[in-house]
Design a protein around this ligand. Sequence first.
Ligand code: NAI
Length: 805
Amino acid sequence: MSVRDIFETMDYGPAPEADDVAIAWLERHGRRFGHFVGGRFTKPASTFATFHPGDGSELAQVSQGTDKDVAKAVGAAREALPGWQALGGHGRARYLYALARHVQKHARLMAVLESLDNGKPIRETRDIDVPLVARHFYHHAGWAQLLEQEFPGYQAVGVCGQVIPWNFPLLMLAWKVAPALAAGNTMVLKPAEFTPLSALAFAELAAEVGLPPGVLNVVTGDGRTGAALVEHDGLDKVAFTGSTEVGRIIRGATAGRGVKLSLELGGKSPFIVFDDADLDSAVEGVVDAIWFNQGQVCCAGSRLLVQESVAAKVEHKLRERMETLREGPALDKGIDIGAIIAPVQLEKIERLVAQGKAEGAQCYQPSWAVPQQGWYYPPTLFTNVASAATIAQEEIFGPVIVSMTFRTPAEAVELANDSRYGLAASVWTENVNLALDVAPKLKAGVVWANCTNVFDAASGFGGYRESGFGREGGREGMYEYLEPAWAKGLPTYDADDLAPPAGAEALAEGVSAWDEDGASTPFPAIDRTPKLYVGGKQKRPDGNYVYPVLGEGGTRVGDAPLGNRKDVRDAVEAAVKGSAWTKATAHGRAQVLYYLAENLSLRAPEFEERIRAMTGVTKRQAAREVETSVRRLFTYAAYADKYDGQVHPTPYRNVTLAMNEPWDVMAIVCPDEAPLLAFVSLLAPALAMGNRVVAVPSARWPLAATDLYQVLDTSDVPAGAVNIVTGVRDELAAVLAKHDAVQAMWYVGSADGGAMVERESVGNLKATWVNFGKKRDWFDPAQGEGREYLRRATRVKNIWVPYGE
Ligand code: NAI
């Protein structure tokens, strides 16, 4: 072809990036790799191949990690932990800085190797993945430096097990390794079986910068190796990115082990185009949303929601644009779309596309053909899709977008939230009011206004709902690798401390508190028999049973209603409906909490007497409990409008608003001791942040909580904000843990109860905070109140808004 011809056709010629540097690196290792443990590569054993998806050729053999390999790596990480922590923030900052520099120095090796192993275009690895990796290490060098000042009272969690997927192998490594290192943890990382090479190359870089042996260990292998790692009992923390299915398995495997967990899982993110959007920009946005990385992106904008009036126009523009996309060899610099990771993934895409067609959706693919050799799939657009269709609900994880239309913003929000996932959302409109009206209504951890798939180390990333919990990046991400110092070394509850209330056993005989006419009968009337508190009203328990509340020496202080699973469900329903509380202003919530404090204080003598009669503490101690409860309400009234978010300085033309949002519906299960103070200490922070709560108070001494009904009634607490179900703690906790409308659950009780809560939470993957059987001192403000409670009562949503020039 002559230059003249090229001027005529304006066709792209090939522009290949040389692969020599990566090939030389592979050859240097004889194309065979062991694991990286204790600062050295082990001898390769039980190897399997890793391939280049662009042509299916074998790149190298890597080792399948066994239980023994995992144990050695965890041992090395444990051994390295004290030394790494002793370095202090500044010492670690120097290593992180060196790692960032070293990644930059070896940027070409990393980019080419990544494109070879993953099949993604070099344009992306060179311009996005690798620069973001370096940025992550720079940013976290900063957190290491500032750790003591910026996270006072927090310390590293310990030894971390980290399992990552194949879609952004090196970037996911950086997201896991950088914050863990900065906070003072050591780790064992397992890369995905399809893409182990960049992690091994990174381990080598780490050795070159002199990272102390054992701080970072890499064990390769498939899901079995991952399972061996997350099941290893030497871990303090597990961090996982991958499919929701495996996330569930890991939630189950870590339950009850005292392991801190973060999960970053799948998504089916909406891409919303309003009729006033700049449609050409929006169409380019779609290209980035779903054809970046072949659509193998957890936050890919895979559901296109277009306002009806512009739907035909958008579809037309999009189809035209699809014709001009270029798909082919990863190392060609002019390529937009590379190959799919593996035949198994290609088959999954083909199966779902076939299903979409069978279900009646219209399928559009460009006229050009994909390369024959290698594992390619063309960009695909489905129109005429129903929101309930399989292809609109399941994560396809390929270059396939489904489109739907809406008429009003409210309908757009409803469609957007019609998903079990909630990782990200993208909103396109020229009207900033509309964008900022819609953003808080979207159930997603990240909202991009007039942009999409932008990431930065300074901004947290992570999901709502079944997209997982925990954040990576930013200040919020650091907390995933830290824990409050007070949480370490707490005493363990005795079995007696939390035994089920003795009186509950009487239920076997069926003690009914209310006869047909509603009069309280079977026990001698020592006190009024309280009911449950549901939706702002007192409500009889479904089973009509009560149990005696025993005081010192076994005397009956009163009766408490025995709630059952139906009562719990009613309470959750009331909480779901109680959204007025979440919509109230922070100032408004503060006023209500102050009012609660005021009304509690007015009735202090009554509460003191109740506490004394139930628990047998001295009058003085009872007075102290009420007084501390009043103060605690003051604390959270004060915090209601002060636990504010941040504006993250991300290096783009925008502001990134990190908003602390409530979970909406939370479940809180309280211990027995300090029955008023523990209840208030757990309830108040959740309320202050705008959550509606279903609370299970002390099972043994519930009357301090039931006495609060009148206080709640007189303090302007709206219906459904607080719901109280008394009864046998772990029975009620099990129902709450399984309930899909509960988004977060705190449990303070026995180790077994906590394990049960973690296990049962897998259904909707609610975030849990359990005490692993450890006893807090509720009177100590360091343990009983503070920002950790507020942090646990919220989740961060990052909203990216274009701003400035
Ligand atoms: P996966 O979730 O099985 O793999 C992710 C990582 O977990 C890999 O390192 C794997 O070896 C490891 N793993 C697998 N089973 C494990 C276990 N029982 N315990 C511990 N670790 C385990 O994802 P896979 O099979 O590679 O892809 C399947 C689907 O998952 C994809 O089609 C896609 O829909 C989704 N996916 C989503 C990702 C995301 O970031 N949201 C990333 C990768 C996959």
